[in-house]
Design a protein around this ligand. Structure first.
Ligand code: NDP
Length: 327
């Protein structure tokens, strides 16, 4: 076995990741101009894939079953990000390929941003700031806004990040409820096994479930209608989780009051209809995007790959692929 296994990098990654990959692996780039020829030549030798958005921008890069079929020696796919919906993990599992992600190291960062987005949306912080910058203050103060003070807060997804969000929300002194398929034993919040039931019971719905087929468009017109005209939707999960046309319609006709969105169905494209609305706050998928947290995520990508290459157990395999292949 080569001491520097052949690795396929699907797109640009952070400098600190690329430097370490180049040090420990023989790196081939899928985003190089001659990628097809490269794949034909080195595909059979590729044993590892590094993927995911390792910078501050760019859309998902898919590791499909078809791509993996061209990599018969593949043993590991290391994904940058806790969400790995851009990797076909079930197909990887069938192929005996382990997939790793970056859980845990970003929970607090994403939860912090979620609270910021919630407050920004309800109190219209960006809109108020624009009012000042545009010189409108002398002519009149910013209009009164909605508040968190009279709300019940709902979370869709009570995993690592959902819990970190809930812990922060406790400080606001408002009732907290959540929906997930299974009730979580050790949290004090009200569980709704039914999403519509949760949406009816709360005035702010924070979405933090994984993307993928099982959650696709789960926030649909019916859920938005249940959330109601005072309701605020915050999506920090994946754009695929929300039926975007239904959300746009619900915002346009007052079915819900406002939305704060960090993620979109077709990133980095954002529908003009949303950009034109004054009662939405839009962020370019930045929930984990700080130097400290992105470095921690990047290091976990590299550490998983290096553990595999050293024949040690990988650190953070995803549940679909609990296999461990020695390098
Ligand atoms: P976890 O796996 O720890 O938690 C996922 C939660 O979602 C669990 O409570 C799970 O409960 C629930 N869930 C999963 N599927 C469903 C379903 N079909 N219906 C209802 N609930 C469901 O994940 P994390 O908290 O670590 O991360 C969650 C997601 O957040 C990531 O997968 C990623 O997509 C997104 N994310 C977005 C970021 C951003 O930049 N905006 C940054 C980081 C993460 P149960 O299985 O019981 O249903």
């Amino acid at each position: 076995m080569s001491s520097r296994p052949d690795l396929l990098q699907t797109g640009p990654m952070m400098g600190m990741i690329e430097a370490q990959l180049n040090e420990h692996f023989t790196v081939h780039r899928l985003d190089a101009p001659d990628a097809e020829a490269m794949l034909a030549e080195v595909g059979p030798r590729i044993r590892a894939v590094a993927t995911g958005v390792g910078s501050t921008g760019g859309g998902a890069r898919r590791v499909t079953d078809a791509l993996m079929a061209r990599l018969p020696a593949l043993e590991i796919v290391a994904n940058f990000g806790v969400g790995y919906d851009s990797v076909d993990a079930e197909a990887a599992g069938r192929r005996g390929v382990v997939v790793t992600n970056t859980p845990g190291v970003l929970d607090d960062e994403v939860a912090d941003l979620t609270i910021g987005l919630l407050l920004a949306t309800i109190r219209q912080i960006p809109q108020a700031e624009r009012h000042l910058r545009e010189g409108k203050w002398p002519a009149g103060g910013f209009p009164l806004t909605a508040t968190l003070r009279d709300r019940t807060l709902g979370i869709v997804g009570m995993g690592r990040i959902g819990r970190a969000i809930a812990r922060r929300l406790e400080g606001f002194g408002r009732p907290i409820a959540y929906h997930s398929r299974r009730k979580v034993a050790d949290v004090p919040y009200t569980h709704y096994p039914d999403l519509i039931g949760l949406a009816k019971a709360v005035d702010a719905l924070i979405v933090i479930v994984p993307g993928g087929a099982e959650t696709e468009r789960m926030i649909n017109a019916e859920v938005l209608a249940a959330l109601g005209p005072k309701g605020v939707l915050i999506n920090v999960a994946r754009g695929s989780v929300v039926d975007e046309p239904a959300l746009i319609a619900a915002l346009a006709d007052g079915t819900i009051a406002a939305a704060g969105l960090d993620v979109f169905a077709n990133e980095p494209q954002v529908p003009e209809a949303l950009i034109g609305m004054s009662h939405v706050v839009l962020l370019p998928h930045v929930a984990s995007a700080t130097h400290v947290t992105r470095d921690a995520m990047g290091q976990l990508v590299v550490d998983n790959l290096r553990a595999w290459a050293a024949g040690e157990p990988v650190l953070t395999p995803v549940p679909e692929t609990p296999v461990n292949r020695a390098g």
